[in-house]
Design a protein around this ligand. Structure first.
Ligand code: AHR
Length: 505
């Protein structure tokens, strides 16, 4: 990146043969926790006019299908750390109501594991299931894998069949607890205690089903005082039975400082690189042939609802909780975060936008409808068009000073989908006042033409979508803003904008 005040030009350099990695589609995953109105009144609302015969909201399903969410992490989050999974299965009339300590509410268990699996099938997504390693142990982790993945003829698999689910669920991806470094987490541990427990849990779970993959908890954020040491110690103790290490990070703009807020993609990039270094350090020390990849299984903007949530009364059922109303600048950062993860596609194999419905979510519901928040759009467009090979994308662009270091005015990545003879360039222009002119030499992609250039921009950084005004912030066609001339792409990136430029033969 070049530095200082220069012309508003960005030069994007790629080579068709210089691929970072094929995108693992699970990078476009999301998350549903038993929290607030994510499940109840979100994906499940029996009696609502949009609900099907099982109580699943069809309008919400349609929006999730629009995005094409390949995996959904469930059932928590903090919720999982005191969960008895047995409460969530079997006849609904026998399921206990419980005080839910993570979020100070009452959990009815009306929607549980079986309903979630059924819902996943109907939506067309795959489960990523978290076991409780907070208040419970490796025996319970073993039992739930048996309940889910063994065909039949054993205690827990027969219990599942008795509960009406003849076929095993075949859950392939398992989280070994949640944010066990956090003092707020029920049953939180030291890195050594957790590493040993995660290693033992992964071992016994894989004895039940050797085809599963496991995700150990990394730090619950970059600013945790134990960050770094935590990752190292955890991995030293569970390396052989673990496949992925998790990262969680949320950003906010409480100071109303948009340039620094948008520069958080730099912080995210550093966070990912640091975790990769720690994974590879442990690999080297262990002389291991195995590489631990990353699961960025909680990422988003989260701060708008913080004050409101302090006023919540305890022990009610599914209150409005963590209901951030996202504005336009949040969508820009979400776009930059997606670009950042794509640029690390060689190591970030799983990522979950936290969360999916009502709770810090791209989709909101009321009794009368469902609508798309601003952040819905970059997430959807990246998921739809970010499939293929991520090319090593060198971006020559001026930078600005931020509290995270020099931040490029333009974040960009190029994904080539050879199967469909398509190339997509994603770019965020973080300059709030000025357009940028982008060029990219595409001569290796002979005969590719601009199919579309979609732009998300708004004059008001704080503009939001609501049920009454759901289309206030949404992408518009800007195909006139891009052109290929003699193999060179020339595009205009409007000031403060998310851009998706699609080319094909
Ligand atoms: O996504 C909301 C919460 O954020 C999750 O429950 C927890 O894992 C994280 O702290």
């Amino acid at each position: 990146m070049s530095k200082g005040k220069t012309e508003n030009k960005v030069q994007v350099c790629i080579d068709r043969d210089f691929s970072i990695s094929k995108v693992d589609e699970r990078i476009f995953g999301s998350f549903i926790e038993h929290l607030g109105r994510a499940v109840y009144e979100g994906i499940y609302q029996p009696g609502n006019k949009f609900a099907d015969k099982n109580g699943y909201r069809k309008d919400v399903m349609k929006l999730i299908q629009e995005i094409g969410v390949p995996i959904v992490r469930y059932p928590g989050g903090n919720f999982v750390s005191a969960l008895n999974w047995e409460d969530t299965v079997g006849p609904k009339k026998d399921r206990p109501r419980r005080i839910e300590l993570a979020w100070g509410v009452v959990e009815t268990n009306d929607f549980g594991l079986s309903e979630f699996m059924d819902w996943c099938k109907k939506v067309g997504t795959k489960p990523m299931y978290a076991v409780n390693l907070g208040t419970r142990g490796i025996e319970d982790a073993k039992n739930v894998v048996e309940y889910c993945n063994i065909k039949g003829g054993t205690k827990y698999s027969d219990l599942r069949i008795k509960h009406g689910d003849k076929d095993p669920y075949g859950i392939k991806l398992w989280c070994l607890g949640n944010e066990m470094d956090g003092p707020w987490q029920m049953g939180h541990m030291t890195a050594e205690e957790y590493g040993l427990k995660a290693g033992r849990a992964g071992h016994i779970m894989k004895l039940v089903d050797p085809t599963i993959e496991t995700v150990a908890c990394g730090s619950s954020g970059l600013t945790m005082p134990t960050f770094g040491q935590w990752e190292r110690t955890v991995l030293e103790n569970c390396y052989d039975t673990t496949d992925y290490l998790s990262l969680h990070q949320y950003y906010g703009n409480a100071e109303n400082d948009t340039p620094n807020f948008l520069a958080n993609s730099v912080a995210m990039d550093q966070f990912i690189s640091q975790v990769i270094s720690i994974c590879d350090y442990v690999k080297a020390v262990k002389r291991s042939k195995k590489t631990i990849n990353l699961s960025f299984d909680e990422w988003n903007v989260w701060y708008h609802s913080n004050e409101q949530d302090k006023k919540l009364e305890k022990w009610c059922e599914h209150p409005h909780q963590l209901e951030d109303v996202y504005n336009f600048e949040d969508a820009l950062l979400v776009g930059s975060m997606l670009i950042t993860m794509l640029r690390h596609a060689d190591r970030v194999k799983i990522a979950c936008l936290a969360q999916l419905v009502n709770v810090i979510a791209p989709i909101m519901t009321s009794d009368t409808g469902a609508w798309r928040q601003t952040i819905f759009y970059p997430y959807m467009e990246a998921s739809l068009y970010g499939r293929g090979e991520v090319l090593n994308t060198v971006v020559k662009v001026p930078t600005y000073e931020s509290k995270h270091g020099d931040a490029p005015y333009v974040d960009c990545v190029v994904v080539a989908d050879d199967e469909h003879d398509a190339v997509t360039l994603f770019a965020v222009n973080k300059n709030l006042e000025e357009d940028f002119d982008l060029t990219c030499d595409l001569r290796q992609f002979a005969d590719y033409k601009v199919v579309s250039h979609s732009v998300l921009t708004h004059k008001d950084l704080k503009a939001v979508n609501t049920e009454e005004n759901p289309d206030n912030v949404k992408p518009v066609d800007f195909t006139k803003g891009s052109k290929v001339t003699k193999g060179i792409l020339n595009s205009k990136l409007p000031a403060k904008s998310w851009n998706v430029i699609r080319l094909a033969k």
